[in-house]
Design a protein around this ligand. Structure first.
Ligand code: AMP
Ligand code: TRP
Length: 337
């Protein structure tokens, strides 16, 4: 038995924010030592809502560069672009044909996004979780590290693998697909908006002040934190349901400063906002500074990024094409001659 396999990905829509980093990417970095790790930039998911074609390629590369800048190490993991491994689209289609429509219609993220996009909802948006299932199942992934919001999609991937493929087309001792497990870390799993402590920090919030992106310059970070919503009480604490903004900002401080929850709660228990906010701004700027410096380097000279992505694609194809062949065979498609 080799090392357990991990697969995850983030969409290249807009700049990644603290939620993406703390809820997802940071976990990947920790896993790459002990796990066989594949991470991709899911550009096919990014086009399920209206997008800017002139920006997609650049955003995709910039996202891959951020993976590296956040500490993904191509010696220990494979980094690739989803659309460049055609098995994703192909398995997506095969899984479409076995997935019940009503499983997709009840996905919370679809319902939320469908409201936002009104009469411009694509079939792709409804189908998004099936493509995500293909992403995961192609790699025989044991674990899928994601933020809390993706849990329902992971359950769907498990159900498709187990009930719709293995139960129908596999035998007991020879399952066609591996059934993956979600991996959702508690700390940072849900980073909330700076303007509303009850909704999550999101790329699609029209208010840019609601999120801090990994590429925001220091002055902008400071400004956003200064304007972040707070409450009239003095002193910061965790776990007070009436103070969601306080819980979120203190949580961010505890992670970004590296001191942990207990020390952060003790340090800030009596603090006023005028004292806390500059402290949080400083910790955030300091945490992002090395990421931004490395990202600038990688984007200035593309040769390293190109090399990493080519190698990642080759590694991904080797694994993905073997799984795809297994599914084609199980469904009874004619062999290529
Ligand atoms: P997305 O921005 O939807 O492409 O999400 C990419 C990854 O970041 C997924 O694993 C999400 O679960 C995670 N993520 C997105 N927003 C947040 C957030 N506010 N807090 C924690 N994790 C998040
Ligand atoms: N839907 C995920 C998100 O928005 C992104 C994603 C697509 C993904 N395919 C994946 C995450 C496969 C993990 C594994 O966050």
């Amino acid at each position: 038995m080799g090392r357990p396999r991990v697969l995850s990905g983030v969409q290249p829509t807009g700049a990644l924010h603290l939620g993406n980093w703390l809820g997802a990417i940071r976990n990947w970095v920790d896993l790459q030592d002990s796990h066989d790790t594949f991470v991709c930039v899911v550009d096919l998911h990014a086009i399920t809502v209206p997008h800017a074609p002139e920006r997609l390629a650049q955003d995709t590369l910039s996202t891959a560069a951020l993976y590296l800048a956040c500490g993904m190490d191509p010696q220990r993991c494979s980094i690739f672009i989803q659309s460049q491994v055609s098995a994703h689209s192909e398995l997506g289609w095969l899984l479409n044909c076995v997935t019940p429509l009503n499983w997709l219609e009840r996905m919370i993220q679809f319902k939320e996004k469908a409201v936002k996009h009104g009469d411009n909802v694509s079939v792709g948006l409804l189908d998004y979780p099936v493509l995500m299932a293909a992403d995961i199942l192609l790699y025989d992934a044991d674990l899928v590290p994601v933020g809390e919001d993706q849990k329902q999609h992971l359950e769907l991937a498990r159900d498709i693998a187990q009930q719709r493929v293995n139960a129908r087309f596999g035998s007991k001792d020879a399952p066609v697909l591996k059934v993956p497990k979600p991996m959702i870390l508690k700390e940072g799993a849900r980073v909330m908006s700076l303007t509303d402590g009850r909704s999550k920090m999101s790329k699609s919030d029209p208010n840019e002040g609601s999120r801090i992106t990994l590429l925001d310059p220091p002055e902008l970070i400071t400004k956003k934190i200064k304007r972040a919503k707070t409450d009239p009480e003095r002193g910061l604490e965790f776990g007070n349901p009436d103070r969601p903004e306080t819980d979120n900002l203190l949580g961010l401080y505890s992670i970004l400063s590296g001191i942990g929850r207990e020390a952060a709660a003790a340090e800030c228990a009596e603090m006023g906002w005028g004292q806390f906010k500059p402290l949080l701004a400083e910790a955030t700027v300091a945490a992002l500074e090395p990421i931004q410096a490395r990202h600038r380097e990688l984007m200035a000279d593309r040769s390293e990024l190109d090399r990493v992505l080519t190698e990642g694609q080759q590694n991904a194809e080797t694994v993905a094409n073997a799984t795809l062949q297994r599914v084609r065979d199980a469904l009874g498609l004619a062999k290529r001659s």
